[in-house]
Design a protein around this ligand. Structure first.
Ligand SMILES: [Ca+2]
Length: 323
């Protein structure tokens, strides 16, 4: 029984420390948030891009004045950036030393995996607790038999068992709290493509902006994405990462907006076929959402999106962490 108790204590200590380790870090920014437009470069030397229009900066690890992100904890980070340049100059950003970046979430995904393993550990801990209780009862029974044995120090044994019982109760309480903390963490992730049927389909152009309904669902953990309306509804307050890729090889320009509660957040666009050599465009953003906030994608006025069985139009969203 002592070994069981020690093992449980050790397990609770590890779980508690793992819970405290979870850092919440996420940022998302665009390059320019003012009215009008601005060209950055060309300069003779590589220059840092300072993304000063901040959407999200949980953990305050991104400095919008310098464009530099400083890792607050040791961990694996995921960064994502989207570059747009319709001018006669090449962007070249892909070969430049990038100091300003967009977004990361791997530290959170890692936490998600830890959570899974913790859930398993906690179940084990509960099982061991039950075994511990059974062992304790057996000990009492044995003790009752041993009452007749004059060689046993009854008082000492009783004291020992009493202490163990108290420890067990404390451990049970701690495991209950740890388990409830784990259960509180919502798991939300969806991913879908625009058209899952055979053949191909053009969406638009229409005179008015229309909601794009991504009905070919790959993942919808938490059922927060509605594949009949194309609308994602945040089930919990938290930071979410959204990413979408748009493909359109037609003679119409393409353009897709991401909207939060019907308000514009970011866009992705591309010229008609023949005007450039690219048919794909995309954008990403991390947003701090309240429970019930809605996100959807909208095809712009007089623009087109093309989809076929290659599934080149996708819309994905993931909860990084609850707030
Ligand atoms: Ca194009």
């Amino acid at each position: 029984m002592e070994e069981e108790l020690n093992a449980l204590k050790n397990e609770v200590r590890i779980l508690t420390s793992k819970n405290k380790e979870r850092a919440q870090v996420a940022f998302s920014a665009s390059l320019y948030g003012s009215v009008g437009f601005k060209n950055f470069g060309p300069h003779e030397e590589a220059t840092t891009l300072v993304y000063d229009n901040v959407f999200t900066n949980i953990g305050e690890a991104y400095d919008k004045n310098t464009g530099i992100f400083t890792a607050p904890v040791k961990g694996v980070y995921f960064f994502n950036y989207v570059v747009f340049n319709p001018s006669d100059y090449a962007t070249g950003i892909f070969t430049a030393p990038v100091k300003g970046v967009y977004f990361f979430n791997y530290v959170v995904f890692n936490a998600g995996y830890k959570k899974d393993s913790q859930t398993v550990l906690l179940i084990e801990a509960m099982m061991k607790l039950e075994i511990g209780i059974v062992l304790l009862l057996c000990t009492w029974t044995t003790l009752a038999d041993d009452l007749m044995n004059p060689t046993l120090d009854i008082l000492s044994e009783l004291k020992k068992i009493k202490t163990m019982e108290e420890e067990l109760n404390a451990l049970k309480k701690e495991v209950r709290i740890l388990r409830s903390k784990n259960e509180e963490r919502a798991q939300v992730a969806f991913s879908a493509s625009l058209y899952g049927s055979i053949g191909f389909k053009n969406f638009g152009p229409h005179e008015e902006a229309t909601t794009l309904v991504y009905d070919n669902v790959f993942t919808n953990t938490g059922n927060a994405y509605d594949s009949t309306t194309g609308i994602f509804t945040a089930p919990v307050k938290g930071v979410y990462f959204f990413n979408y890729v748009v493909f359109n090889p037609s003679d119409y320009a393409t353009g897709v907006r991401l909207l939060k509660n019907s308000n514009f957040v970011v866009a992705a666009s591309d010229n008609p076929n023949g005007q450039d050599r690219e048919d794909t465009t995309s954008n990403s953003v991390s947003l701090a959402l309240e429970q019930g906030d809605q996100i959807h994608l909208q095809l712009m006025e007089n623009r087109r999106v093309y989809e076929d069985t290659w599934r080149r139009n996708t819309f994905s969203g993931h909860l990084l962490f609850a707030l």
